[in-house]
Design a binder for this molecule. Structure first.
Ligand code: SF4
Length: 364
């Protein structure tokens, strides 16, 4: 592997160029107008796997509802999830609130300043800890995310899959070597901004790049070819059987599941569901309802329209059934709601597709 370093004699100039480019070109984003560690942390969590343009409105609404860590920690979880709905990846919202509670109890309501303490919070990985500590507290931790990794791979003409752990560790060391120690917050944002706006995945605008002079990929004419394509994880086909129980008053049963085969979405309200492996989903869901809810089905299953849903590498075929019951079972951690109201709840898209199929079947 080629050396991932800018020559020491060039480093001051390299940093100056990056920082002055960032000062002049940075986008005006709401979380850049604050030094409040709570708001910076919130923005970093929202920006994981979601585009900047999509995050802005959610961020502004969220900070209006939950202006500080105390407000978030003490809010009902459902309220938090409703205000997260649409951003997806709901475990982020759950972890955010769990971390807020820990911050209130263990850190006097302030995001911890030590890297290890930040890392110990739910939902905080190395990237997020470094981003929050550097931007909010000017702590000298370099960030490495997809944007920064792409910039570094091109600067140093690095081939191969960047996510291979040994390569990623080398990139982390390279990012740390480049870090402008006196301005770590601006530095990290400058690197990410360069990746997001100039050193883009396709057609990088090298003519506008402040550090073009040091870029090996540019010199070699291979900027667009880097980083090398990642080896894709093969997708897996999964069938999920789901049951929409319906009582004579048009009400249905939603439950929360915390992972495992039946969890379409952890922590979210969902219809009882189960992965059907190698057998008829009708038999699987009937056996599940009998075992879990003591419901004797006796063939009382009406197949609803199937739907497709994709979660990361899983291609899910949803096979829902309508089950009319005289009385809905009473169990812990379940909610009984009018079927017509389910689509307006904070639920996953998969659950919404199932609810829509049931509603069209019963003519609502
Ligand atoms: Fe990226 Fe081009 Fe700048 Fe190199 S010169 S870092 S490829 S934008």
């Amino acid at each position: 592997m080629s050396t991932l370093k800018i020559p020491a004699k060039d480093l001051p100039k390299f940093r100056r160029r990056m920082l002055s480019w960032f000062a002049n070109r940075k986008r005006d984003l709401p979380w850049r107008r604050t030094k409040d560690s709570y708001r910076i942390w919130l923005s970093e969590i929202m920006l994981q796997q979601t585009r900047v343009a999509a995050v802005i409105a959610y961020y502004e609404r969220f900070v209006e509802k939950f202006p500080d860590v105390h407000a978030l920690a003490s809010a009902p979880t459902d309220h938090v999830l409703v205000n997260w709905a649409g951003l997806g990846y709901y475990s982020r919202a759950k972890n955010l609130q769990s971390a807020a509670k820990e911050i209130v109890v263990r850190h006097s309501g302030e995001f911890p300043r030590e890297y290890e303490s930040a890392l110990a919070l739910p939902g905080i990985g190395r990237y997020t800890a470094a981003a929050v500590l550097s931007i909010a507290y000017q702590a000298p931790h370099a960030v490495l995310d997809g944007n920064v990794a792409r910039v570094l791979a091109r600067l140093f003409a690095l081939h191969g899959d960047l996510r291979v752990p040994a390569t990623w560790r080398k990139l982390e060391a390279a990012a740390q070597q480049l870090l402008a120690q006196k301005f770590p917050g601006d530095w990290n944002q400058a690197m990410m901004e360069l990746g997001a706006t100039v050193c883009t995945p396709k057609s990088p605008r090298c003519d506008e790049c402040p550090v073009e002079k040091w870029c090996r990929a540019r010199k070699l004419g291979i900027a667009e070819k880097l980083p090398s394509a990642r080896k894709k994880r093969a997708s897996v086909d999964v069938t999920m059987a789901a049951a929409v129980l319906l009582d004579p008053r048009g009400r249905s049963l939603l439950i929360r599941q915390l992972g495992g085969d039946g969890a379409l979405f952890s922590h979210m309200w969902q219809f009882p569901a189960l992965e059907a492996v190698g057998t008829d989903s009708r038999l699987v869901i009937a056996a599940y309802l009998e075992e879990k809810f003591r419901l004797a089905i006796n063939g009382n299953l009406l197949a609803l329209a199937t739907a497709r849903h994709t979660v990361t590498f899983r291609n899910i075929r949803l096979e829902p059934y309508l089950v009319r019951v005289a009385r809905l079972p009473r169990i812990a951690d379940a909610s009984i709601v009018a079927l017509a109201e389910v689509p307006s709840m904070s639920i996953s898209n998969a659950t919404r597709k199932i609810a829509d199929a049931a509603l069209s079947s019963v003519g609502q």
